[in-house]
Design a protein around this ligand. Structure first.
Ligand code: AMP
Length: 399
């Protein structure tokens, strides 16, 4: 079975075609600048990279361009569209309705539409991706894989905010959590590396990329996570503030006479390590600036690491212990110095990093010494593989 995985953003689209016989990635790529001008980067395993500058007016053009690239005589990997057996779509928000992936039906699409209110930046693009694929690939079964689903196991005490209960009842204002596919994947991979059933483990998974979240995974399920009602909450991120006293937001709005949209932009796009450092949202640029002596860059990186370590501490308390900590995503997988600073706060867990292993990149590895009381791992995430597996299972009736 060949599964096409689609991850639609507002102006971008990532894809992978995976052969589920051996879970081999046959081709992958990225459409960027959709609605602006357009660019498609396509890469088929064992073939030259293929860069197409093509007008992509909308997601319809983008998905057409992806299918053309997959069918291309020189750079493609399939001869006929019928070779695509199913499509798996990443969907940001499944509200409290979806605790697992779902075969896409008109009813499922209604729910994705309903939750646009909760994820105004992501769900509309996800829905467009689904509808365009349905049009271009009629009859091909499609599955929605939700970023929120893994966190639906959180207990009430973790997901409720201490505001009047009527707002939860009326508007479902509560913590949902995100990056669920990634937290689930790396926690399961961690259990395999530890050779221990996940049902017997207390794990803390740190997904640190441009967006970041930390999750407490106890006995294989998420019991708490740092992102909340939206992906703004929790640790500081590339451009997102993370948790902030709500009263500070109200104060700033009054002082600067800001509209809700303007405040939203400040918190989502102008804050985080970018806002603190004034340098960039990319941790590599901030690390370079720190080396050159930029004080605000130093403060931004320190604040970031401190808040990740503090969240890990919360979850150690929540689970009354931890067996292993996992780092994943762009920064978590690649920045040894960041992992080292975070772990420097965790001496009480008896963590001892092996500095050679902490510099390894691109593969799953334990980065602690044999003597370390708590293990720490780097595990590259693979959300596309989870989406493809769920899609195969649902389409073939396994789930
Ligand atoms: P992601 O959102 O998972 O793609 O992660 C993207 C972020 O990872 C980028 O913004 C970078 O800040 C960070 N990143 C990637 N590689 C490195 C690296 N070698 N060192 C530090 N940060 C990195």
């Amino acid at each position: 079975m060949k599964v096409l995985v689609i991850n639609c953003g507002s102006s971008s689209l990532k894809y992978q075609l995976i052969d589920m016989e051996n879970e081999e990635v046959l081709a992958k790529g990225l459409c960027e600048r959709i609605g602006i001008d357009g660019k498609l980067k396509h890469e088929a395993t064992g073939k030259d990279k293929y860069l197409v500058n093509i007008t992509l007016n909308d997601h319809n053009d983008a998905i057409k361009a992806v299918l053309d690239a997959l069918l291309d005589s020189e750079h493609g990997v399939i001869r006929d569209m019928n070779e695509i057996d199913a499509v798996g779509h990443r969907v940001a928000h499944g509200g409290d309705h979806f605790d697992k992936s779902a075969l896409i039906t008109p009813n499922v699409k209604e729910y994705i539409t309903k939750y646009i209110e909760l994820a105004p930046l992501h769900n509309p693009a996800n829905l467009t991706g689904i509808e365009v694929c349905e049009k271009l690939m009629p009859g091909v079964p499609m599955v929605a894989v939700f970023d929120t689903a893994f966190h639906q196991t959180m207990p009430e005490k973790a997901y409720l905010y201490a505001i009047p209960y009527k707002y939860y009842e009326k508007y479902k204002v509560r913590k949902y959590g995100f990056h669920g596919t990634s937290h689930m994947y790396v926690s399961q991979e961690c259990a395999k590396l530890m050779n221990t059933p996940i049902e017997n483990l207390k794990l803390i998974t740190c997904h640190l990329g441009n967006g970041g979240s930390v999750t407490a995974v106890q006995n294989g399920v998420s019991i708490d996570t740092s992102m909340g009602f939206t992906p703004l909450d929790g640790i500081a991120m590339g451009t997102r503030s993370g948790s902030i006293d709500a009263a500070a937001v109200l104060y700033l709005m009054k002082k600067e006479n800001l509209t809700t949209d303007e405040m939203d932009t400040i918190l989502n796009k102008e804050s985080g390590v970018y806002g603190l450092s004034g340098v960039s949202s990319d941790f590599r640029d901030i690390e370079d600036a720190e080396i050159e002596g930029n004080k605000r860059a130093e403060v931004a990186l320190e604040t970031f690491a401190y808040r990740v370590a503090k969240t890990v501490g919360e979850y150690v308390a929540t689970m009354n212990g931890v067996d292993a900590i996992v780092f994943t995503a762009g920064l978590g997988e690649n920045s040894g110095p960041t992992r080292q600073i975070i772990c420097s706060y965790l001496g009480y867990l008896g963590i001892e990093l092996n500095s050679y292993r902490n510099s390894v990149r691109g593969k799953a590895v334990e980065i602690t010494t044999k003597q370390s009381k708590t293990k720490v791992f780097v595990i590259p995430t693979n959300e596309e593989l989870v989406i493809a597996r769920d899609t195969r299972n649902i389409v073939s009736g396994v789930e």
